[in-house]
Ligand binder design. Structure first.
Ligand SMILES: Nc1ncnc2c1ncn2[C@@H]1O[C@H](COP(=O)(O)OP(=O)(O)OP(=O)(O)O)[C@@H](O)[C@H]1O
Length: 222
């Protein structure tokens, strides 16, 4: 599968973010084009999660503009949500639904065709090593299994733009290697990956963005 037509560049210009009355970053610009990966780096509190939430349309930037091609993201929030997978720190796995039911739920949100959705769910279960857990309710999963279920929606419901906050947290080595292959395939199909991490993740040719370069020194009031 590849994204047809090829998605336009996703970009941000002069973005600023204020949280809890503090400027987290200012003057930040980026661009990702089909096949790109962008890795957000920086110490704790530098704003990686905040930027991902801004990119996902979940947090309004204090300044600046996000665009999908020429189109302002703020003008088409529903379309932006439909073309984006945001996987944050909090697992979105519903505790009473089984692994397969969780994936079916996400698949049907993005794919109205039941047959295609079911096929994607099978692929996602298989690739993320979840087939043997498919009937287990979300509440009975380990941290790593929950994380894999959460990430499996990337394949259960295809979307061109993936925004992932420390996606390797709680994953074992084998799952990280599989996730790296999934990233490579997504990029090969014209998809885009933006992720934050404190670990090495194999993303050949990825761009990097150091959030601490956009921090704003606060005046000392004493
Ligand atoms: N819900 C919130 N309300 C107010 N301030 C917040 C909120 N969430 C985060 N912040 C603040 O925003 C700043 C950036 O936090 P953010 O979580 O984006 O950083 P991060 O680079 O992702 O950190 P980490 O590496 O620890 O995950 C921090 O100063 C933090 O205290």
């Amino acid at each position: 599968m590849s994204f047809t037509p090829s998605p336009p560049p996703f970009s941000g210009s002069q973005l600023g973010c204020i949280r809890g009355g503090r400027v987290v970053f200012a003057g930040l610009s980026f661009q990702v084009t089909p096949g790109d990966a962008l890795v957000l780096l920086g110490p704790n509190g530098s704003g990686k999660s905040s930027l991902l939430r801004v990119m996902a349309g979940l947090l309004k930037p204090a300044t600046g503009r996000l665009a999908w091609g020429e189109q302002a993201v703020a003008e088409e929030p529903e379309l932006h949500a439909a073309r984006t997978h945001y996987v944050g720190h909090h697992d979105a796995v519903k505790p009473v639904l089984s692994v397969a039911e969780n994936l079916r739920f996400w698949a049907r949100l993005h794919e109205p065709h039941a047959g295609r959705a079911a096929e994607s769910v099978e692929t996602a279960l298989d690739r993320f090593g979840l087939a043997h857990l498919k009937d287990i309710p979300g509440k009975m999963l380990s941290a790593g299994q929950k994380r894999r279920t959460n990430l499996a929606r990337l394949l259960a419901a295809p979307s061109p733009l993936w925004l992932l906050d420390e996606p390797t947290t709680a994953l074992d080595k084998r799952s990280i290697a599989e996730l790296e292959r999934v990233f490579a395939e997504h990029r090969g199909q014209g998809g885009m990956v933006v992720l934050s991490t404190h670990m090495d993740v194999a993303l050949p040719g990825a761009k990097t963005l150091h959030l601490d370069e956009f921090s704003v020194e606060e005046e000392d009031e004493t």
